[in-house]
Design a protein around this ligand. Structure first.
Ligand code: F6P
Length: 342
């Protein structure tokens, strides 16, 4: 049996661990062959492939990024995109495909599965916003990077009696902000799910200074002020799936706080630093297990499924379950953290 593999969407630490796990088990346990498609759905669309065997995956477990490359190509937005993918899978002798991706990549996989393509999905995103799995790999690494940044910002904020605003990724869900903010002892955490009241934020800033400490605010890139308005967009540019490029809320928040409280405020945008570099042990563990289970699902012919972490078990769920709706931060989780604000 020959299995194609691709990684799509924003990269994240752990992608290589999935590829390695699937290839190693696929070859040694089942005697399968593999072909890698480059740059997400662009690979099967344009028949851009790379050889994928045990030698190709040696040494990649701790490496960030993806040896297959990634892109945000949407075949459903391209003329004859689906037919071209089907033709190129057949031309490469692929009996099945493992698609590793987030909401968009797995959304395409779901639609292709409905059209009869033999596809199995593996969920990834640093944002941790895919339903159908307790955690996605990449998230733990991103949280650790953000937490280390917050730890460092505390000491410089204290020295200069400044407000430091840390902008982290999280388009629609505030998981990175919530987890790193709690782990790093942030004084305010702002997430997309809970539009913030700028006056309340300023009051919390003042109360933090009143205790002779400097406030650290962690804000998700997708957070918005309650009074409405568009504080978050910097470019208005959209990707192939129609998502606006975010970023800028941290800077705008810092200037608004400085203006309203008279306290010096600076913003730090962590950006793609959160997606780069070596995965944590947890992400390597999760990603490797997703890879091992994905190739078994392929071997079993259990197509249209996605690997999912439930507690400590890896289970299979319908692909649509992972992509139907985003997993956002529940109000009670935010309220739990709110007790520590100010
Ligand atoms: O989808 C994951 C994510 O990390 C989002 O949090 C962020 O908005 C987006 O990727 C940015 O990705 P890129 O700059 O690669 O388009």
């Amino acid at each position: 049996m020959k299995v194609g593999m691709l990684t799509g969407g924003g990269d994240c630490p752990g992608l290589n661990a999935v590829i390695r796990g699937a290839v190693r088990k696929g070859v040694s346990t089942y005697g399968h062959e593999f072909v890698g498609f480059r740059d997400g759905w662009r690979g099967p669309l344009e028949n851009d492939t790379i050889p994928l065997d045990v030698d190709a995956v040696r040494g990649i477990l701790p490496r960030g990024g993806t040896i297959l490359g990634s892109s945000r190509t949407n075949p459903f937005a391209i003329d004859n995109g689906v037919e071209r993918i089907q033709d190129n899978l057949a031309a490469n002798g692929c009996d099945a495909l493992i698609a590793i991706g987030g909401e968009d990549t797995l959304g395409v996989a779901t639609r292709l599965a409905d059209l009869g393509v033999n596809v199995v999905g593996v969920p990834k995103t640093i944002d941790n916003d895919l339903s159908g799995t307790d955690f996605t790999f990449g998230f733990d690494t991103a949280v650790n990077i953000a937490t280390e940044a917050i730890d460092r910002l505390h000491t410089t904020a204290e020295s200069h009696h400044r407000v430091l605003v840390v902008e982290v990724m999280g388009r629609h869900a505030g998981w990175i902000a919530l987890h790193s903010g709690l782990a790093g002892g942030a004084n305010i955490i702002l997430i997309p799910e809970r539009p913030f009241d700028i006056e309340k934020v300023c009051a919390q800033v003042e109360s933090r200074f009143a205790t002779h400490y400097a406030p650290i605010i962690v804000v998700s890139e997708g957070a918005v002020p309650a009074e409405g308005g568009d504080m978050s967009l910097t470019s208005g540019q959209k990707d192939a799936f129609g998502h606006v490029r975010l970023g800028g809320i941290g800077d705008r928040l810092a200037s608004e706080i400085e203006h309203r409280t008279g306290k010096e405020a600076r913003a730090v945008v962590l950006g793609h630093v959160q997606r780069g570099g070596v995965p944590t042990a947890f992400d390597r563990w999760l990603a490797t297990r997703f890879g091992l289970h994905a190739i078994t699902a392929v071997h079993d012919g259990d197509y249209g499924t996605m690997m999912s972490l439930r507690g400590t078990e890896i289970v299979r769920v319908p692909l649509s379950e992972g992509t139907d709706q985003l997993k956002t931060v529940r109000p009670e989780l935010y309220e739990e953290a709110e007790v520590l604000f100010g």
